[in-house]
Design a protein around this ligand. Structure first.
Ligand SMILES: [Zn+2]
Ligand SMILES: [Zn+2]
Length: 305
């Protein structure tokens, strides 16, 4: 199975508690990491989770409230101390570029690797496109520009049935055509029927990250059928007034959103420090959507189709 999994580093909202940290998570796709948000203590949490710093290639920052990016300064300093050479690509609202330059020039500007800063366009849209995965940024409804991220794996070529090539030799160019889904007529007269020579590739999977926002029900169509949805659930529904005032979502609303989006699984997070016990938040989300779970810090969740 091609690795596609998310490790939760922090599930707390703005004020951390003694055992919960601000938002951050590592999405592993094919053993390259996307760091999604980077609250305080993210680097210690990465260490505790035994994730390799060197595999972090991309950072995505949802918005510029401190609980989502204050950990970035420490992490970049650590990369420098560890002798990082590879550039670090950061996707974030534009103002972060200036903040980073200011912070690191204050100490003499001693970052030796490239920080490749890419502003998320105000209207969102596709921000990343590789051979294997693409990422869409989705504007949310918060008190400062804020974006959710939808990661969609691409279709892979068809797989050659190994038992067939063990029995018959076939030229490389024919294998490429078979992988592309074509039937192949060989010069020696053999006809290779695609359905007999290839197997279905794994189905593409998707992951959606949505925090901090009032719940936007229209977004459900954009991420329809997502295999795993992380959605903030800062408050219980009895505190809905507070959720409206601070532009956050309740657990009940997060569950209803997951149901509308036909997600396969919902992880809730970004919990207010007012709740010691998180079980009521999970229960409340489950009243709307049964496959709802607390995004537990330190836990790695495999994204399955
Ligand atoms: Zn927050
Ligand atoms: Zn916020």
């Amino acid at each position: 199975m091609i690795p596609f999994e998310v490790t939760i580093l922090g599930n707390s909202s703005a004020i951390p508690t003694s055992d919960r940290h601000p938002t951050s998570q590592v999405l592993n796709h094919r053993n390259s990491y996307f760091l999604i948000d980077c609250g305080e203590c993210a680097q210690q949490q990465i260490r505790k989770s035994h994730l390799k710093f060197s595999r972090i290639k991309w950072v995505l920052i949802s918005h510029l409230h401190g609980d989502h990016f204050f950990g970035l300064f420490g992490l970049i300093s650590t990369f420098q101390l560890l002798g990082r050479k590879e550039s670090l690509i950061i996707y974030a609202p534009p103002a972060l570029e200036h903040i980073l330059k200011t912070v690191f020039s204050a100490g003499g500007g001693n970052i030796d690797f490239e920080i490749d800063f890419r502003s998320i366009p105000e209207e969102g849209g596709e921000i990343f496109d590789s051979d294997f995965i693409k990422i869409k940024a989705m504007p949310l409804n918060h008190s400062t520009p804020c974006y959710g991220f939808h990661f969609q794996e691409k279709n892979l070529p068809r797989k050659i049935d190994k038992s067939k090539i063990e029995m018959e030799e076939v030229p490389i160019h024919a294998l490429h055509k078979l992988k592309d889904g074509e039937d192949v007529q060989l010069e020696d007269g053999r006809f290779l029927k695609n359905s007999e020579w290839t197997l279905d590739p794994p189905k593409p999977r998707s992951y959606t990250f949505i925090t901090d926002t009032r719940c936007i029900s229209d977004l459900a169509d954009e991420i329809k059928g997502t295999d795993m949805l992380y959605h903030e659930a800062t408050f219980l529904h009895e505190d809905k007034k507070r959720a409206i005032a601070t532009l956050h979502t309740t657990a009940k609303e997060a569950g209803a959103f997951a149901k509308k989006a036909e997600a396969k699984m919902l992880l809730i997070g970004h919990f207010s420090a007012r709740y010691d016990d998180l079980k009521p938040l999970k229960k409340e989300a489950q009243t709307e959507f049964e496959e709802s779970f607390i995004a537990k810090e330190g836990k790695c969740y495999k994204i399955k189709h």
